[in-house]
Design a binder for this molecule. Structure first.
Ligand code: GLU
Length: 509
Protein backbone atom coordinates (compact mmCIF):
# COMPACT_ATOMS: atom_id res chain seq x y z
CA UNK A 1 0.00 0.00 0.00
CA UNK A 2 1.11 3.49 -0.74
CA UNK A 3 1.14 5.43 2.50
CA UNK A 4 3.47 8.25 1.48
CA UNK A 5 2.31 11.61 2.74
CA UNK A 6 4.01 13.41 -0.10
CA UNK A 7 1.46 15.38 -2.08
CA UNK A 8 2.44 18.02 -4.62
CA UNK A 9 0.46 20.03 -7.08
CA UNK A 10 0.78 21.95 -10.30
CA UNK A 11 -1.55 24.94 -10.12
CA UNK A 12 -1.67 26.82 -13.42
CA UNK A 13 -4.02 29.70 -14.15
CA UNK A 14 -5.82 29.32 -17.47
CA UNK A 15 -4.75 32.74 -18.70
CA UNK A 16 -3.14 31.53 -21.93
CA UNK A 17 -0.92 28.75 -23.23
CA UNK A 18 1.49 27.09 -20.84
CA UNK A 19 5.02 28.45 -21.13
CA UNK A 20 7.91 25.98 -21.18
CA UNK A 21 8.91 27.24 -17.73
CA UNK A 22 5.48 26.08 -16.55
CA UNK A 23 6.03 22.68 -18.13
CA UNK A 24 9.31 22.42 -16.25
CA UNK A 25 7.56 23.25 -12.96
CA UNK A 26 4.98 20.54 -13.68
CA UNK A 27 7.77 18.11 -14.57
CA UNK A 28 9.76 18.70 -11.36
CA UNK A 29 6.60 18.25 -9.31
CA UNK A 30 5.84 15.04 -11.18
CA UNK A 31 9.37 13.69 -10.71
CA UNK A 32 9.36 14.60 -7.02
CA UNK A 33 6.02 12.86 -6.48
CA UNK A 34 7.09 9.71 -8.35
CA UNK A 35 10.47 9.53 -6.68
CA UNK A 36 8.86 9.77 -3.25
CA UNK A 37 5.91 7.55 -4.08
CA UNK A 38 3.57 10.46 -3.46
CA UNK A 39 0.65 11.97 -5.31
CA UNK A 40 0.64 14.59 -8.02
CA UNK A 41 -2.34 16.89 -8.36
CA UNK A 42 -3.52 19.28 -11.06
CA UNK A 43 -5.42 22.25 -9.72
CA UNK A 44 -6.78 24.91 -12.03
CA UNK A 45 -6.52 28.36 -10.47
CA UNK A 46 -9.15 30.36 -12.29
CA UNK A 47 -10.21 32.92 -9.72
CA UNK A 48 -9.16 35.90 -11.79
CA UNK A 49 -12.06 35.98 -14.17
CA UNK A 50 -10.77 39.04 -15.98
CA UNK A 51 -7.78 37.05 -17.20
CA UNK A 52 -9.62 33.88 -18.20
CA UNK A 53 -8.78 32.72 -21.73
CA UNK A 54 -11.01 30.15 -23.43
CA UNK A 55 -9.16 27.01 -24.45
CA UNK A 56 -6.26 27.59 -22.07
CA UNK A 57 -7.24 24.85 -19.62
CA UNK A 58 -7.66 22.31 -22.42
CA UNK A 59 -4.32 23.43 -23.83
CA UNK A 60 -2.55 22.88 -20.49
CA UNK A 61 -3.98 19.38 -20.15
CA UNK A 62 -3.16 18.45 -23.73
CA UNK A 63 0.39 19.78 -23.40
CA UNK A 64 1.10 17.78 -20.25
CA UNK A 65 -0.46 14.70 -21.83
CA UNK A 66 1.86 15.09 -24.79
CA UNK A 67 4.82 15.29 -22.41
CA UNK A 68 3.78 12.10 -20.64
CA UNK A 69 3.29 13.94 -17.34
CA UNK A 70 0.40 12.18 -15.60
CA UNK A 71 -1.65 13.28 -12.63
CA UNK A 72 -3.09 11.20 -9.81
CA UNK A 73 -5.80 13.71 -8.99
CA UNK A 74 -7.16 16.64 -10.92
CA UNK A 75 -9.94 18.15 -12.97
CA UNK A 76 -10.05 15.11 -15.23
CA UNK A 77 -8.92 12.36 -12.85
CA UNK A 78 -11.09 13.44 -9.90
CA UNK A 79 -9.97 12.47 -6.40
CA UNK A 80 -10.89 12.76 -2.75
CA UNK A 81 -9.96 16.42 -2.39
CA UNK A 82 -11.96 17.96 -5.23
CA UNK A 83 -13.27 19.92 -6.87
CA UNK A 84 -9.92 20.70 -8.46
CA UNK A 85 -10.96 23.90 -10.13
CA UNK A 86 -11.06 26.97 -7.93
CA UNK A 87 -14.14 28.50 -9.55
CA UNK A 88 -15.99 25.36 -8.42
CA UNK A 89 -14.72 25.83 -4.86
CA UNK A 90 -15.82 29.46 -4.78
CA UNK A 91 -18.35 29.03 -1.96
CA UNK A 92 -15.77 27.99 0.60
CA UNK A 93 -13.27 30.86 0.37
CA UNK A 94 -15.48 33.62 1.82
CA UNK A 95 -15.77 31.70 5.06
CA UNK A 96 -11.99 31.61 5.48
CA UNK A 97 -11.57 35.28 4.64
CA UNK A 98 -14.22 36.15 7.22
CA UNK A 99 -12.64 33.85 9.76
CA UNK A 100 -9.48 35.94 9.49
CA UNK A 101 -11.45 39.15 9.96
CA UNK A 102 -13.09 37.68 13.06
CA UNK A 103 -9.75 36.65 14.52
CA UNK A 104 -8.19 40.06 13.81
CA UNK A 105 -5.82 39.01 11.03
CA UNK A 106 -7.73 40.72 8.26
CA UNK A 107 -10.13 43.60 7.77
CA UNK A 108 -12.77 44.97 5.44
CA UNK A 109 -11.64 47.84 3.24
CA UNK A 110 -14.15 50.09 1.52
CA UNK A 111 -11.85 52.43 -0.36
CA UNK A 112 -13.00 52.97 -3.90
CA UNK A 113 -10.65 52.75 -6.85
CA UNK A 114 -10.83 56.56 -7.19
CA UNK A 115 -9.96 57.12 -3.56
CA UNK A 116 -6.96 54.85 -3.83
CA UNK A 117 -5.84 56.55 -7.04
CA UNK A 118 -6.11 59.83 -5.25
CA UNK A 119 -3.97 58.64 -2.36
CA UNK A 120 -1.43 57.32 -4.83
CA UNK A 121 -1.21 60.73 -6.48
CA UNK A 122 -0.78 62.49 -3.17
CA UNK A 123 2.08 60.16 -2.26
CA UNK A 124 3.72 60.66 -5.63
CA UNK A 125 3.58 64.42 -5.14
CA UNK A 126 5.86 64.02 -2.13
CA UNK A 127 7.98 61.41 -3.95
CA UNK A 128 6.69 58.46 -1.97
CA UNK A 129 5.26 55.16 -3.08
CA UNK A 130 1.78 54.56 -1.82
CA UNK A 131 1.53 51.26 0.02
CA UNK A 132 -1.55 49.98 1.80
CA UNK A 133 0.28 48.95 4.95
CA UNK A 134 0.59 49.49 8.70
CA UNK A 135 1.61 53.13 8.18
CA UNK A 136 -1.19 53.99 5.81
CA UNK A 137 -4.11 51.79 6.75
CA UNK A 138 -5.13 54.17 9.54
CA UNK A 139 -5.73 56.96 7.06
CA UNK A 140 -7.93 54.80 4.84
CA UNK A 141 -11.51 53.63 4.84
CA UNK A 142 -11.65 50.25 6.49
CA UNK A 143 -13.01 48.34 9.43
CA UNK A 144 -9.94 49.30 11.47
CA UNK A 145 -10.59 53.02 11.12
CA UNK A 146 -14.40 53.14 10.96
CA UNK A 147 -16.57 52.69 14.04
CA UNK A 148 -18.03 49.19 14.29
CA UNK A 149 -21.56 50.43 13.65
CA UNK A 150 -20.48 52.15 10.45
CA UNK A 151 -18.75 49.05 9.13
CA UNK A 152 -21.84 47.01 9.90
CA UNK A 153 -23.98 49.49 8.03
CA UNK A 154 -21.74 49.52 5.00
CA UNK A 155 -21.81 45.76 4.86
CA UNK A 156 -25.57 45.63 5.28
CA UNK A 157 -26.11 48.16 2.51
CA UNK A 158 -23.89 46.04 0.25
CA UNK A 159 -21.22 48.67 -0.22
CA UNK A 160 -18.45 47.06 -2.29
CA UNK A 161 -15.52 45.98 -0.14
CA UNK A 162 -12.44 43.83 -0.21
CA UNK A 163 -10.88 41.88 2.61
CA UNK A 164 -7.24 42.72 3.21
CA UNK A 165 -4.65 40.87 5.24
CA UNK A 166 -3.29 42.86 8.15
CA UNK A 167 0.45 42.50 7.86
CA UNK A 168 2.02 42.64 11.33
CA UNK A 169 3.88 45.89 11.83
CA UNK A 170 7.34 44.72 12.76
CA UNK A 171 8.20 41.12 12.31
CA UNK A 172 11.12 39.30 10.88
CA UNK A 173 9.72 36.38 8.91
CA UNK A 174 12.09 33.45 8.52
CA UNK A 175 11.35 30.82 5.93
CA UNK A 176 13.27 27.80 4.79
CA UNK A 177 13.14 27.18 1.07
CA UNK A 178 14.36 23.80 -0.16
CA UNK A 179 16.16 25.40 -3.10
CA UNK A 180 17.18 28.79 -1.76
CA UNK A 181 17.86 27.96 1.86
CA UNK A 182 16.89 30.35 4.63
CA UNK A 183 15.06 33.49 3.57
CA UNK A 184 14.45 36.41 5.93
CA UNK A 185 11.94 39.13 5.20
CA UNK A 186 10.92 42.10 7.31
CA UNK A 187 7.19 42.57 7.44
CA UNK A 188 7.61 46.33 6.90
CA UNK A 189 8.28 45.72 3.22
CA UNK A 190 4.96 43.92 2.71
CA UNK A 191 1.60 45.45 1.89
CA UNK A 192 -1.86 44.49 3.11
CA UNK A 193 -2.73 42.28 0.16
CA UNK A 194 -6.32 41.76 -0.87
CA UNK A 195 -7.51 38.26 0.03
CA UNK A 196 -11.08 38.51 -1.09
CA UNK A 197 -12.43 40.70 -3.86
CA UNK A 198 -15.60 42.68 -4.33
CA UNK A 199 -16.72 40.22 -7.05
CA UNK A 200 -17.05 37.53 -4.39
CA UNK A 201 -13.94 35.71 -5.53
CA UNK A 202 -10.82 35.06 -3.49
CA UNK A 203 -7.48 36.33 -4.78
CA UNK A 204 -4.73 33.93 -5.73
CA UNK A 205 -3.14 34.22 -2.28
CA UNK A 206 -6.15 33.17 -0.25
CA UNK A 207 -7.37 30.46 -2.61
CA UNK A 208 -3.88 29.05 -3.04
CA UNK A 209 -3.23 28.72 0.70
CA UNK A 210 -6.70 27.42 1.55
CA UNK A 211 -6.52 24.83 -1.23
CA UNK A 212 -2.99 23.72 -0.46
CA UNK A 213 -4.10 23.19 3.12
CA UNK A 214 -7.28 21.26 2.35
CA UNK A 215 -5.67 19.27 -0.44
CA UNK A 216 -3.01 18.26 2.11
CA UNK A 217 -0.16 19.52 -0.05
CA UNK A 218 3.16 18.62 1.58
CA UNK A 219 5.52 20.49 -0.77
CA UNK A 220 4.85 23.60 -2.82
CA UNK A 221 7.22 23.48 -5.78
CA UNK A 222 6.77 26.47 -8.08
CA UNK A 223 8.55 29.14 -10.07
CA UNK A 224 10.72 31.79 -8.48
CA UNK A 225 8.28 34.49 -9.59
CA UNK A 226 6.13 33.43 -6.62
CA UNK A 227 8.88 33.98 -4.08
CA UNK A 228 7.69 37.54 -3.24
CA UNK A 229 4.32 36.04 -2.26
CA UNK A 230 5.89 33.53 0.09
CA UNK A 231 6.05 35.70 3.27
CA UNK A 232 2.36 36.50 2.95
CA UNK A 233 1.53 32.83 2.44
CA UNK A 234 3.54 31.90 5.51
CA UNK A 235 1.73 34.56 7.56
CA UNK A 236 -1.58 33.22 6.27
CA UNK A 237 -0.77 29.70 7.45
CA UNK A 238 0.12 31.14 10.84
CA UNK A 239 -3.06 33.20 11.02
CA UNK A 240 -5.18 30.15 10.25
CA UNK A 241 -3.19 28.08 12.71
CA UNK A 242 -2.38 25.52 10.01
CA UNK A 243 0.87 23.63 9.48
CA UNK A 244 2.54 24.99 6.41
CA UNK A 245 3.92 22.87 3.59
CA UNK A 246 7.58 22.93 2.63
CA UNK A 247 8.49 25.31 -0.16
CA UNK A 248 10.82 25.05 -3.13
CA UNK A 249 11.11 27.94 -5.57
CA UNK A 250 12.61 26.98 -8.91
CA UNK A 251 15.10 29.23 -10.72
CA UNK A 252 13.94 31.18 -13.75
CA UNK A 253 14.46 30.14 -17.34
CA UNK A 254 16.49 32.87 -19.01
CA UNK A 255 16.69 34.07 -22.59
CA UNK A 256 19.60 32.56 -24.57
CA UNK A 257 21.72 35.68 -24.04
CA UNK A 258 21.13 35.38 -20.29
CA UNK A 259 19.50 38.79 -20.20
CA UNK A 260 16.19 38.45 -18.47
CA UNK A 261 13.51 35.91 -18.06
CA UNK A 262 12.26 33.89 -21.01
CA UNK A 263 8.68 35.08 -21.13
CA UNK A 264 5.46 34.10 -22.84
CA UNK A 265 5.72 37.27 -24.85
CA UNK A 266 8.93 36.04 -26.41
CA UNK A 267 6.70 33.82 -28.57
CA UNK A 268 8.57 33.10 -31.78
CA UNK A 269 10.48 36.37 -31.57
CA UNK A 270 13.76 34.71 -30.64
CA UNK A 271 13.52 32.08 -33.37
CA UNK A 272 12.32 29.17 -31.26
CA UNK A 273 9.04 28.26 -29.57
CA UNK A 274 8.36 29.09 -25.93
CA UNK A 275 5.25 26.89 -25.83
CA UNK A 276 5.02 23.10 -25.82
CA UNK A 277 2.22 23.05 -28.40
CA UNK A 278 1.15 25.48 -31.04
CA UNK A 279 -1.24 28.10 -29.71
CA UNK A 280 -3.86 29.96 -31.68
CA UNK A 281 -5.02 33.05 -29.87
CA UNK A 282 -8.82 32.79 -29.61
CA UNK A 283 -9.24 36.54 -29.98
CA UNK A 284 -6.78 37.51 -32.67
CA UNK A 285 -6.32 34.16 -34.43
CA UNK A 286 -2.57 34.71 -34.17
CA UNK A 287 -0.56 31.49 -34.27
CA UNK A 288 2.46 30.85 -32.05
CA UNK A 289 4.57 27.78 -32.68
CA UNK A 290 5.03 24.84 -30.34
CA UNK A 291 7.65 22.16 -29.83
CA UNK A 292 5.27 19.41 -30.88
CA UNK A 293 4.50 21.00 -34.23
CA UNK A 294 8.17 21.85 -34.79
CA UNK A 295 8.85 18.13 -34.79
CA UNK A 296 10.25 17.56 -31.30
CA UNK A 297 9.82 14.18 -29.69
CA UNK A 298 8.14 14.66 -26.30
CA UNK A 299 10.88 12.57 -24.63
CA UNK A 300 13.56 14.89 -26.03
CA UNK A 301 11.64 18.01 -25.05
CA UNK A 302 11.16 16.79 -21.48
CA UNK A 303 14.76 15.63 -21.17
CA UNK A 304 16.00 19.02 -22.34
CA UNK A 305 13.71 20.87 -19.92
CA UNK A 306 14.66 18.69 -16.96
CA UNK A 307 18.29 19.69 -17.29
CA UNK A 308 17.47 23.39 -17.29
CA UNK A 309 17.81 23.93 -13.57
CA UNK A 310 18.52 20.42 -12.33
CA UNK A 311 21.51 18.14 -12.81
CA UNK A 312 22.04 14.51 -11.88
CA UNK A 313 25.44 15.21 -10.29
CA UNK A 314 27.37 13.56 -13.11
CA UNK A 315 27.91 14.08 -16.81
CA UNK A 316 24.91 12.12 -18.02
CA UNK A 317 22.51 14.04 -20.21
CA UNK A 318 20.13 11.54 -21.73
CA UNK A 319 17.36 10.37 -19.42
CA UNK A 320 13.98 8.84 -20.00
CA UNK A 321 11.18 10.05 -17.75
CA UNK A 322 11.54 6.83 -15.71
CA UNK A 323 15.28 7.25 -15.38
CA UNK A 324 14.83 10.85 -14.27
CA UNK A 325 12.34 9.68 -11.68
CA UNK A 326 14.97 7.42 -10.14
CA UNK A 327 17.55 10.16 -9.73
CA UNK A 328 15.61 13.39 -9.29
CA UNK A 329 16.03 15.37 -6.09
CA UNK A 330 15.32 18.96 -5.12
CA UNK A 331 18.81 19.20 -3.60
CA UNK A 332 20.20 19.13 -7.12
CA UNK A 333 18.07 22.01 -8.35
CA UNK A 334 20.29 25.08 -8.79
CA UNK A 335 19.67 28.53 -7.37
CA UNK A 336 20.59 30.58 -10.40
CA UNK A 337 18.59 31.01 -13.59
CA UNK A 338 19.19 28.65 -16.49
CA UNK A 339 19.79 29.99 -19.93
CA UNK A 340 17.69 28.43 -22.61
CA UNK A 341 19.85 27.11 -25.47
CA UNK A 342 17.87 26.47 -28.67
CA UNK A 343 20.77 24.61 -30.32
CA UNK A 344 21.00 22.27 -27.37
CA UNK A 345 17.27 21.62 -27.70
CA UNK A 346 17.88 20.44 -31.27
CA UNK A 347 20.80 18.35 -30.11
CA UNK A 348 18.52 16.55 -27.66
CA UNK A 349 16.06 15.79 -30.42
CA UNK A 350 18.87 14.43 -32.56
CA UNK A 351 20.00 12.15 -29.73
CA UNK A 352 16.49 10.75 -29.44
CA UNK A 353 16.33 10.35 -33.19
CA UNK A 354 19.42 8.14 -33.00
CA UNK A 355 17.94 6.19 -30.11
CA UNK A 356 14.68 5.42 -31.88
CA UNK A 357 14.54 2.16 -33.72
CA UNK A 358 14.38 2.31 -37.47
CA UNK A 359 10.92 0.84 -37.67
CA UNK A 360 9.49 3.56 -35.45
CA UNK A 361 11.22 6.29 -37.44
CA UNK A 362 10.14 4.71 -40.72
CA UNK A 363 6.55 4.80 -39.52
CA UNK A 364 6.84 8.49 -38.71
CA UNK A 365 8.54 9.18 -42.02
CA UNK A 366 6.05 7.31 -44.23
CA UNK A 367 3.26 9.93 -44.03
CA UNK A 368 5.77 12.60 -45.10
CA UNK A 369 6.82 10.42 -48.02
CA UNK A 370 3.21 10.09 -48.96
CA UNK A 371 2.93 13.89 -49.06
CA UNK A 372 5.68 13.78 -51.66
CA UNK A 373 3.67 11.24 -53.62
CA UNK A 374 5.82 8.30 -52.60
CA UNK A 375 4.47 4.99 -51.44
CA UNK A 376 7.35 2.85 -50.30
CA UNK A 377 7.76 -0.46 -48.63
CA UNK A 378 8.34 -0.23 -44.84
CA UNK A 379 11.44 -2.37 -44.94
CA UNK A 380 12.99 -0.20 -47.61
CA UNK A 381 12.16 2.98 -45.64
CA UNK A 382 13.69 1.42 -42.54
CA UNK A 383 16.94 0.84 -44.36
CA UNK A 384 16.94 4.37 -45.73
CA UNK A 385 16.28 5.80 -42.28
CA UNK A 386 19.12 3.79 -40.78
CA UNK A 387 21.49 5.40 -43.29
CA UNK A 388 20.39 9.01 -42.92
CA UNK A 389 19.10 9.52 -39.36
CA UNK A 390 22.60 10.51 -38.31
CA UNK A 391 22.19 13.60 -40.48
CA UNK A 392 18.88 14.93 -39.21
CA UNK A 393 17.57 16.59 -36.06
CA UNK A 394 13.93 16.00 -36.91
CA UNK A 395 11.85 13.47 -38.82
CA UNK A 396 10.78 16.22 -41.20
CA UNK A 397 14.43 16.79 -42.12
CA UNK A 398 14.74 13.21 -43.36
CA UNK A 399 13.21 13.98 -46.74
CA UNK A 400 15.98 16.44 -47.60
CA UNK A 401 18.54 13.87 -46.59
CA UNK A 402 16.90 10.95 -48.35
CA UNK A 403 14.83 12.09 -51.35
CA UNK A 404 17.23 10.40 -53.80
CA UNK A 405 16.45 6.99 -52.32
CA UNK A 406 12.94 7.37 -53.65
CA UNK A 407 13.40 9.16 -56.96
CA UNK A 408 16.15 9.76 -59.50
CA UNK A 409 17.56 13.30 -59.61
CA UNK A 410 15.43 15.64 -61.67
CA UNK A 411 18.30 18.06 -62.08
CA UNK A 412 21.92 18.35 -61.05
CA UNK A 413 23.14 20.97 -58.60
CA UNK A 414 24.92 23.50 -60.88
CA UNK A 415 27.62 24.28 -58.34
CA UNK A 416 28.43 20.61 -57.92
CA UNK A 417 28.45 20.12 -61.70
CA UNK A 418 30.87 22.97 -62.13
CA UNK A 419 33.18 21.57 -59.50
CA UNK A 420 32.93 17.84 -60.19
CA UNK A 421 32.00 17.22 -63.82
CA UNK A 422 35.36 17.44 -65.60
CA UNK A 423 36.55 16.74 -69.13
CA UNK A 424 37.49 13.19 -68.18
CA UNK A 425 34.33 12.47 -66.20
CA UNK A 426 32.27 11.28 -69.15
CA UNK A 427 34.73 8.55 -70.12
CA UNK A 428 35.45 7.51 -66.57
CA UNK A 429 31.79 7.17 -65.65
CA UNK A 430 31.07 5.31 -68.88
CA UNK A 431 33.75 2.81 -67.93
CA UNK A 432 32.50 2.67 -64.36
CA UNK A 433 29.03 1.89 -65.64
CA UNK A 434 30.36 -1.08 -67.58
CA UNK A 435 32.21 -2.27 -64.50
CA UNK A 436 29.11 -2.02 -62.29
CA UNK A 437 26.96 -3.75 -64.89
CA UNK A 438 29.21 -6.77 -64.60
CA UNK A 439 29.00 -7.18 -60.83
CA UNK A 440 26.66 -9.94 -59.61
CA UNK A 441 26.67 -9.28 -55.89
CA UNK A 442 25.70 -5.63 -55.48
CA UNK A 443 26.42 -5.47 -51.73
CA UNK A 444 28.21 -2.29 -50.55
CA UNK A 445 31.37 -4.24 -49.62
CA UNK A 446 31.54 -5.92 -52.97
CA UNK A 447 30.92 -2.87 -55.17
CA UNK A 448 33.28 -0.77 -53.08
CA UNK A 449 36.09 -3.33 -53.36
CA UNK A 450 35.56 -3.70 -57.11
CA UNK A 451 35.44 0.03 -57.78
CA UNK A 452 38.51 0.75 -55.66
CA UNK A 453 40.46 -1.99 -57.40
CA UNK A 454 39.43 -0.59 -60.78
CA UNK A 455 40.41 2.96 -59.74
CA UNK A 456 43.82 1.75 -58.70
CA UNK A 457 44.42 -0.31 -61.82
CA UNK A 458 43.57 2.65 -64.00
CA UNK A 459 45.31 5.24 -61.86
CA UNK A 460 42.13 7.31 -61.57
CA UNK A 461 41.70 9.81 -58.77
CA UNK A 462 39.34 8.42 -56.20
CA UNK A 463 37.85 11.83 -55.29
CA UNK A 464 37.26 12.81 -58.90
CA UNK A 465 35.45 9.61 -59.87
CA UNK A 466 33.45 9.11 -56.71
CA UNK A 467 32.20 12.71 -56.64
CA UNK A 468 31.08 12.60 -60.25
CA UNK A 469 29.50 9.21 -59.53
CA UNK A 470 27.66 10.63 -56.49
CA UNK A 471 26.50 13.62 -58.50
CA UNK A 472 24.72 11.36 -61.00
CA UNK A 473 23.17 9.15 -58.33
CA UNK A 474 22.09 11.86 -55.86
CA UNK A 475 21.90 15.05 -57.93
CA UNK A 476 24.13 16.87 -55.43
CA UNK A 477 27.17 15.97 -53.36
CA UNK A 478 25.23 15.15 -50.19
CA UNK A 479 24.27 11.82 -48.69
CA UNK A 480 25.66 8.84 -46.79
CA UNK A 481 28.27 6.37 -48.00
CA UNK A 482 27.85 6.05 -51.77
CA UNK A 483 28.16 2.27 -51.89
CA UNK A 484 25.40 1.99 -49.27
CA UNK A 485 23.20 4.15 -51.46
CA UNK A 486 23.68 2.14 -54.62
CA UNK A 487 23.19 -1.15 -52.79
CA UNK A 488 19.84 0.10 -51.57
CA UNK A 489 18.54 1.60 -54.81
CA UNK A 490 19.86 -1.49 -56.60
CA UNK A 491 21.94 -2.29 -59.66
CA UNK A 492 19.31 -1.54 -62.25
CA UNK A 493 18.44 1.89 -60.87
CA UNK A 494 22.14 2.72 -60.41
CA UNK A 495 22.88 1.94 -64.05
CA UNK A 496 19.80 3.88 -65.17
CA UNK A 497 20.89 6.99 -63.21
CA UNK A 498 24.39 6.78 -64.65
CA UNK A 499 22.95 6.47 -68.14
CA UNK A 500 20.65 9.49 -67.65
CA UNK A 501 23.45 11.53 -66.10
CA UNK A 502 25.86 10.80 -68.91
CA UNK A 503 23.21 11.82 -71.36
CA UNK A 504 22.20 14.99 -69.49
CA UNK A 505 25.66 16.30 -68.63
CA UNK A 506 27.43 14.95 -71.71
CA UNK A 507 31.10 15.24 -72.47
CA UNK A 508 32.50 18.46 -71.08
CA UNK A 509 34.48 20.43 -73.70
N1 GLU B 1 -1.76 29.97 -10.21
C1 GLU B 1 -0.35 30.21 -10.02
C2 GLU B 1 0.29 30.19 -11.39
O1 GLU B 1 -0.38 30.47 -12.32
C3 GLU B 1 0.20 29.15 -9.11
C4 GLU B 1 1.43 29.51 -8.36
C5 GLU B 1 1.69 28.47 -7.29
O2 GLU B 1 2.09 27.35 -7.68
O3 GLU B 1 1.47 28.73 -6.15
O4 GLU B 1 1.42 29.88 -11.59
Amino acid sequence: MNDSKIRVRFAPSPTGPLHIGGVRTALYNYLFARKNKGKFILRIEDTDQTRFVPGAEEYIIEALDWCGIRFDEGVREGGDYGPYKQSERKAMYRKYAEQLVASGYAYYAFDTAEELADMRKKSEAVKKTFIYNADMRHQLKNSLTLPGEKTKKLLETKTPYVIRFKIPQERSIKINDLVRGEIKVRSQVLDDKVLFKSDGMPTYHLANVVDDHFMKISHVIRGEEWLPSLPLHVLLYEAFGWDKPQFAHLPLLLKPDGKGKLSKRDGDRLGFPVFPLQWIDPKTGEKTSGYREEGYFPEAFINMLALLGWNPGDEREIFSLDEMTQVFSLERVGKSGSRFDPEKAKWFNHQYMLKKNNRELAQMFMPLLKNHGIIADTEYVEKVVSLVKERAHFVHELWDQADFFFKAPESYDPKAVKKRWKQFSYDQITALKTLLAGIDDFSPENTEAAVKKWLEENGYGMGAVLNAFRLLIVGTLKGPHLFDIIALIGQEETLRRLETGLHELGRKE
